[in-house]
Ligand binder design. Structure first.
Ligand SMILES: [Zn+2]
Length: 91
């Protein structure tokens, strides 16, 4: 019984690996994080650059008004953290 479950899990991972091979390769080429989900039959792709985005402290993320957009964030409500402020992340 346990061997059957292990075998099924192995097949799911292998099937997922084959199904998502092209997407995984493109994601890795883009520098995205790839996380297998649903026992390997699904994927979650994430761009780690999202980690460097933060809410603009000047407008609290509102971006200001359309006629007067916030200057520091150019009206986007988000700022990109500088590498020196990101902490001790290593890649
Ligand atoms: Zn702002």
């Amino acid at each position: 019984m346990r061997n059957q479950r292990n075998l099924a899990a192995t097949w799911r991972r292998e099937l997922g690996r084959r199904l998502f091979a092209a997407h995984d390769a493109q994601a890795h080429a883009n520098g995205w994080q790839v996380t297998p989900i649903r026992g390997g039959l699904g994927r979650r792709y994430r761009d780690p650059r999202f980690d460097s985005l933060a809410r603009c402290p000047d407008c609290a993320g509102t971006g200001g008004l359309a006629e007067a957009p916030c200057q520091p964030c150019s009206g986007s409500g988000r700022v990109v953290l500088q590498p020196s402020l990101e902490g001790r992340r290593t890649r």
